[in-house]
Design a protein around this ligand. Structure first.
Ligand SMILES: Nc1ncnc2c1ncn2[C@@H]1O[C@H](COP(=O)(O)OP(=O)(O)OP(=O)(O)O)[C@@H](O)[C@H]1O
Length: 667
């Protein structure tokens, strides 16, 4: 009889799927079917009679958890039961467990702080610690949050973190440490947990003899995807969940570890295999994704200890990867748009094509070019918290309607009022938390802010008076909409997100868990719910390399393979930073199935966020070594060849078109 679970697997993958309960480490290169194998193993466990509740599947993104659960369901004899399995990101599962055991942790209520809340809270506290003023350069709240998070995630004291990463902060080290201590105390007093705390509290529960045993008894099977990206706290959690390694399966590729800034290190994968006596190491080397031409390049790029030369299951087919040298970022954008449209004309759907880049701003020029040419696209990743700020504003209103002592959310909401500055917002937020009558609060506000503030407080009170999510959401939306309309110059672009998130929230049975989810993964919340209608049409994908992990397309265009962009100039100062950039380069090249095109503009904008500022000369990326270039076809874009753009190589260009002198306008 055909075994549906392993029918589509090769021998090495099947060995992993059918492995017994002993600890199992699957270490393999890109495109070798790690995800497919892990999914099949889940299906195999369920079909062999393991209760789905006993299985815990940990992934790095919500998208991956959802995709793996639905694929496992499709393989199972009884698909419905997979819904009972535990699956999600480390943070999402941590939140469920911490909420369940909140009493044991001395927490009345669990409020999760997103990274924006963390900087708001640090903003609230810094004045008391003498870290405000303009007399000297002081660390921003974002830098303070980074110092704290690095220390917590790596177990390295803050002073050493500062010495290594933020040396100019050292002179304020005492005050910074006092502030961070106050930050921790404030969080503990108020039951506020930032993302790092979620993991720390989960680890603490597992380390507790009583609760730990209960949690361990809950899951006999723990499967972890992308193990190369775990940090030390996550390693501890995994080890505490399955101390002897039984029932544990981890999957990863050390050459794809790209989260060093979160304290992850590629060594965790191999160290786990060494530490767990008797663990089985399965290596997968057959690549089912790309043509051999693309893999020949990837094999040269591939760093890491595991010398895995990938062999294409499909054999040699398709064109060599192409390296295109372009005049500048505009030229690059035109080349990419031309190539995408040409492939589309030849029958390749836009959804089969992607453009990848190191940093969100690298696609600025391309986005304009695509809009002009009417090419629909969707951008993933690199969405800074700033860009989801409007969603977070609405969520701040939900939060204060549920919890009137949520000072950070009050502060956020108050600062959205036109006539309220940070100082007034800080004072009024504290007064609201004390329970001061709303009428008195309005009277204490600067006169110009009073009307708007009275309106906000009335609506929040109305929202707080009901427990029907739809009614509550409507009142909150009414409260924030007029504020945001004034606050954001690009409000029309943001309005659809806010509406979409409000609609999704109104349809929930429990607003609290919606808020927690939106806090833990705000970009996917706005991406999943607010933008869904557009995603149904054929569209091109624009994505940061980080957000492209685990995905694949027939044709991949990689932008800005120039020194300073990839590798990023931020990473050039340390060997680890550079190694991580090289792994990112590897991740990018291995996303392509049939075609890979890498672009190196010879001039780059000085300021990456501006579109029309000064440009500097840029060399092709140092990762494009002679060996790598040998595996490619090299071309010059017509923009470089044409004499009119000779300036691309750096010289000044003699103008051929007269530009009107606008001087008279400014006389
Ligand atoms: N045995 C197989 N037969 C045919 N196709 C396969 C097989 N195993 C995997 N594939 C296909 O190969 C591609 C890569 O698989 P998958 O995404 O599971 O790899 P991965 O190792 O997780 O990749 P990466 O680490 O690069 O994200 C997918 O299109 C998958 O469907």
């Amino acid at each position: 009889m055909l075994d549906t679970v392993t029918a589509d697997l090769d021998d090495a993958q099947r060995e992993a799927v059918d492995h017994d309960a002993g600890p199992l480490v699957i270490a393999a290169g890109a495109g070798t079917g790690k995800t497919r194998t892990l999914t099949a193993r889940v299906a195999r466990l369920i079909d062999s009679g393991v209760a789905p509740e006993e299985i815990l599947l940990l992934t790095f993104t919500r998208r991956a958890a959802a995709a793996m659960t639905s694929r496992a369901a499709a393989l199972c004899a009884n698909p419905a039961v997979t819904q009972r399995m535990w699956s999600g990101t480390f943070h999402a599962v941590a939140h469920r467990i911490v909420a369940e055991y909140s009493q044991h942790l001395g927490l009345e209520d669990v409020t999760v702080l997103d990274p924006g809340d963390v900087t708001d809270l640090l903003d609230l506290l810094r004045e008391e610690h003498g870290l405000t003023g303009t007399q000297q350069r002081l660390p921003t709240s974002q830098t303070l949050a980074d110092i704290c998070s690095r220390a917590v995630n790596t177990g390295v004291p803050t002073r050493k973190v500062m010495a290594d990463q933020f040396p100019w902060c050292l002179e304020h080290a005492d005050r910074i440490n006092e502030l961070l201590k106050a930050y921790v105390t404030r969080k503990r007093d108020r039951g506020l947990l930032d993302f790092d705390d979620l993991l720390i509290y989960w680890r603490a529960l597992l380390a507790d003899p009583l609760v730990g045993d209960r949690l361990r008894a809950r899951w006999n099977w723990v499967l972890v995807d992308e193990y190369q990206d775990v940090n030390q706290i996550q390693v501890d959690i995994v080890r505490l969940l399955r101390p002897d390694g039984s029932g544990l399966t981890v999957v990863g590729d050390d050459a794809q570890a790209v989260y060093g800034f979160r304290g992850a290190t590629a060594e965790h994968l191999l160290r786990l295999h060494e530490d767990l006596g008797g663990s089985t190491l399965v290596r997968l080397t057959r690549n089912f994704r790309s043509s051999q031409q693309i893999l020949d390049l990837a094999n040269v790029v591939r760093p890491g200890e595991l010398r895995l030369d990938l062999v294409a299951d499909r054999g040699p087919c398709g064109p060599l990867p192409v390296h295109v040298q372009c005049a500048n970022a505009d030229d690059e954008a035109r080349q990419v748009a031309d190539a995408v449209l040409a492939a589309h004309q030849d029958g390749m759907d836009l959804r089969d094509q992607a453009v990848l880049f190191r940093t969100g701003t690298h696609s600025n020029q391309l986005e304009i070019e695509l809009r002009v040419r009417g090419v629909p696209f969707h951008k993933y990743g690199g969405i800074g918290y700033l860009e989801t700020a409007h969603v977070r504003d609405l969520i701040a209103a939900f939060r204060v309607s549920l919890n009137p002592i949520d000072e950070i959310s009050w502060y956020r909401l108050l600062t959205r009022h036109r006539a309220l500055g940070k100082v007034s917002a800080r004072v009024l937020a504290a007064r609201l938390v004390e329970g001061t009558d709303h009428g008195d609060i309005v009277a204490e506000a600067p006169p110009k802010a009073r009307t708007a503030l009275a309106n906000t407080l009335d609506l929040i009170r109305a929202a707080a008076a009901t427990r029907i999510p739809a009614v509550q959401v409507e009142a909150c939306l009414k409260a924030v909409e007029p504020l945001l309309r004034q606050h954001y110059v690009d409000w029309p672009r943001r309005a659809a997100d806010v509406d979409g998130v409000a609609r999704a929230a109104a349809g929930q049975r429990d607003l609290r868990s919606f808020i927690a989810e939106a806090t833990i993964d705000p970009t996917s919340v706005s991406g999943d719910w607010a933008k869904k209608p557009h995603l149904d049409e054929d569209h091109l994908t624009l994505s940061t390399i980080h957000a492209a992990k685990g995905l694949e397309w027939r044709s991949v265009h990689l932008l800005r393979a120039s020194d300073g962009a990839l590798p990023s100039d931020m990473a050039l100062s340390t060997a680890e930073g550079l190694a991580e950039e090289q792994r990112l380069f590897y991740v990018a090249t291995t996303r392509a199935r049939d075609r890979l095109t890498i672009y190196s503009p010879m001039r780059l904008p000085v300021h990456p966020t501006s579109l029309h500022s000064r440009h500097v000369l840029a060399k092709p990326s140092r990762f494009l070594t002679d060996k790598v270039l040998k595996a490619m076809e090299s071309t010059l874009s017509p923009g470089v060849q044409a004499p009119a753009s000779a300036g691309a190589s750096g010289g000044s260009v003699a103008p051929t078109v007269a530009v009107p002198d606008l001087g008279e306008l400014f006389g």
